[in-house]
Design a binder for this molecule. Structure first.
Ligand SMILES: C=CC1=C(C)c2cc3[nH]c(cc4nc(cc5[nH]c(cc1n2)c(C)c5CCC(=O)O)C(CCC(=O)O)=C4C)c(C)c3C=C
Ligand SMILES: [Fe+2]
Ligand SMILES: [Fe+2]
Length: 354
């Protein structure tokens, strides 16, 4: 019996699961179609009732998009596979050298799945997992669907496993410092504007996930909101907050900064301004030399390497722009891996407190 009031040491084996979005198995049209089917049939991505979602995704989008997306994937694919998965593996390898618990990766869509990742940890005797959704800002279509999926897998297949989830880190000082430093190192000497292009979401998602019902998608009731419950769940607020904190560290005035949202899909209204429209309009306003960074992504992927660095650049130059400088994501930079380590260790320690 423990008589000295010291809690018994928690000797359960612990591990880390890094979770990213996922990519198709290959660049074949069939594999891209399977991937898009799983991704877009997620009710937290296309949030229509099942029948509406199936009509839109399987009846319309999957008829033409897989072929187009497969061509795009071919332009970024590496000998090791999809950049997103290769880079997530690199993050894992570097993190593994810094922590004394096993690290695995899992993808929300396709393979290696979240279930595969948890299974690998369980096979090593682990029963307490820190799961890290690799998204700085919260969104229903990213953080929330990862947690939902992991909980459903856990309940069905691993009921004795405990999972602690790392929360969005969009405003953490260590993350902001590391992003600012990474941008500073890569900024060209001359630029008219630094553009922060975040992945877009439909405006409807913001209303849906706002527990405070106060978001009006404007400055006062979104960007500058002081309502904590709004701020904790508003993707748009968090994107603007990351931007504000990073440019403050960089000492770049607001007037030299553009925030925009990329990769919209379908006919719904998505969060504005749209990145592609910005690329087409700003050269006419005299902004001809830009640097672009994409902080919704921690690892480079199709949406940064093709949509921004190739297509976006073409759009901008075609519209009269003179220089377009893409700033890569944090990928496996050492300072970022240290932030990942700190976030994981904070959550690992919480297992000892319960
Ligand atoms: C970083 C955060 C992301 C959010 C928010 C997000 C929302 C979202 N995405 C789609 C549709 C597509 N996204 C696609 C690719 C893609 N999306 C993200 C991240 C977020 N998505 C990443 C990292 C990637 C790249 C994956 C890769 O393999 O490199 C695609 C597939 C590619 C294509 O066909 O263009 C689609 C489709 C929606 C509808 C949505 C929110 C509702
Ligand atoms: Fe996406
Ligand atoms: Fe908001």
């Amino acid at each position: 019996m423990n008589t000295n009031n010291i809690p018994p040491k928690n000797t359960n084996k612990k591990g880390i699961l890094l979770v990213n979005l996922g990519s198709p198995k290959s660049t074949s049209v069939a594999d891209v179609k399977d991937y898009l089917d799983e991704f877009l049939m997620d009710e937290r991505v296309i949030d229509y009732r099942w029948i509406g979602r199936a009509l839109l995704v399987q009846g319309i989008i999957l008829k033409t998009r897989p072929a187009k997306s497969a061509e795009a994937y071919k332009t970024v694919w590496t000998d090791q596979g999809s950049p997103l998965i290769v880079i997530t593996e690199q993050i894992k390898t570097k993190l593994q050298k810094l922590v004394d618990v096993p690290v695995e990766i899992g993808m929300r869509y396709a393979e290696p799945s979240i279930e595969t990742g948890i299974q690998k940890l369980v096979d090593q005797g682990i029963s307490e997992i820190v799961l890290f959704p690799l998204y700085p800002q919260y969104a229903m279509s990213t953080t929330e669907t990862v947690i939902e999926k992991a909980e459903s897998v856990r309940k069905k297949k691993f009921p004795d496993v405990k999972i602690n989830y790392i929360q969005p880190f969009y405003n953490r000082e260590d993350y902001v410092n590391c992003l600012a430093e990474s941008i500073r190192e890569k900024l060209p000497t001359h630029f008219d504007a630094l553009q922060f292009s975040y992945h877009g979401v439909p405006e409807r998602h913001l209303y849906k996930t706002d527990p405070s019902n106060t978001c009006k998608i404007d400055d006062a009731n979104c960007i500058n909101s002081q309502v904590e419950t709004h701020n904790a769940y508003c993707y748009r607020h968090q994107c603007y907050k990351t931007t504000e904190l990073v440019i403050e560290k960089l000492g770049i005035p607001k007037e030299k900064v553009i925030v925009s949202f990329q990769s919209r899909l379908g006919k719904d209204k998505w969060v504005e301004p749209y990145t592609d429209e910005t690329f087409e309009s700003i050269p006419k306003k005299g902004i001809k030399n830009i640097a672009v960074v994409c902080p919704a992504f921690v690892s480079d992927c199709l949406e940064t390497l093709e949509e921004i660095s190739v297509e976006g650049k073409e759009e901008f130059l075609h519209a009269g722009g003179e220089s377009f400088h893409y700033i890569p994501c944090l990928n496996d930079e050492d300072q970022w891996i240290n932030v990942v380590k700190t976030l994981c260790e904070e959550k690992l320690n919480q297992f000892y407190l319960v």
